[in-house]
Design a protein around this ligand. Sequence first.
Ligand code: SF4
Length: 287
Amino acid sequence: MRFSDFIKNCERNEVSLPEAILRAEMEETGVPKEKLKDSIAKVFEIMMKEVESKYGKKQRTLTGMTGFNGYIMSQHIPRMIGEFNHIAMVAALSMAESNAAMGRIVACPTAGACGVIPGVFFALKKVKNASQKELLVDFIVAGGIGWIISRNATLSGAEGGCQAEIGAAAAMAAGALTYHFSGDAEKCGHAAALTLKSMMGLVCDPVGGFVEVPCVKRNGIATQIAIGAAEMALGGVGSVIPFDEVVDAMRRVGRSLPESLRETGRGGIAVTPTARKIVEKVKSNNI
Ligand code: SF4
């Protein structure tokens, strides 16, 4: 299944993008629509409950390298970005720190990238007063985009680098945001493509192998890329390269990344002098 198949199904059957995604899922899994919607709603409820409870809180993470960034940003009065972007950033940092603190998260699409989607959904709820019903529909769009990436490339940092985790999460978020404001399936594909192209080649280089640095802050920053890409797509700025082809390119880039840049902690920022010192310190504290 490709994104272009979703578009064709939307046109052929005169249905919305989320409906086409649900139908494809029903076809693949054999699960009836109401049951599917129930399980999506359950996951969504957990995600929103967790982001509400962790938003802007200090958290105790395994190594102490993170755990305070969501709090710090929540105290900052933004001078450049607006309320929507600020809330999305704080929420994403808070959820990624919850993951690092062994809190309950929804892997969206992975644990390391679990902040981006709740980040933008929380902003939609708080700033744009999006209803639960609207958000659930947007969430299905996010899921459909993730599904396309998982089938035609990968969602694993160990396989494709961080472009496959936080890059995919940001593309899912951008598609969902675009659907929320336009209901336009083609524009959702453009938003996802613009996002993924902007994060292509992003390496996976966690310091000490812990999903904290650079993961937590990447979640926060990825919300801004997703929001920017969605705004562009909504404004009519399209991706010259269609989303499906961007996904293919991302798969090829992932395969050409050396092992040192795919979650081994043996490349990128993980081997900087500061990272090495931190790892020594963490080890000597027997963490
Ligand atoms: S750097 Fe690696 S471990 Fe961290 S979020 Fe990205 S893919 Fe996951």
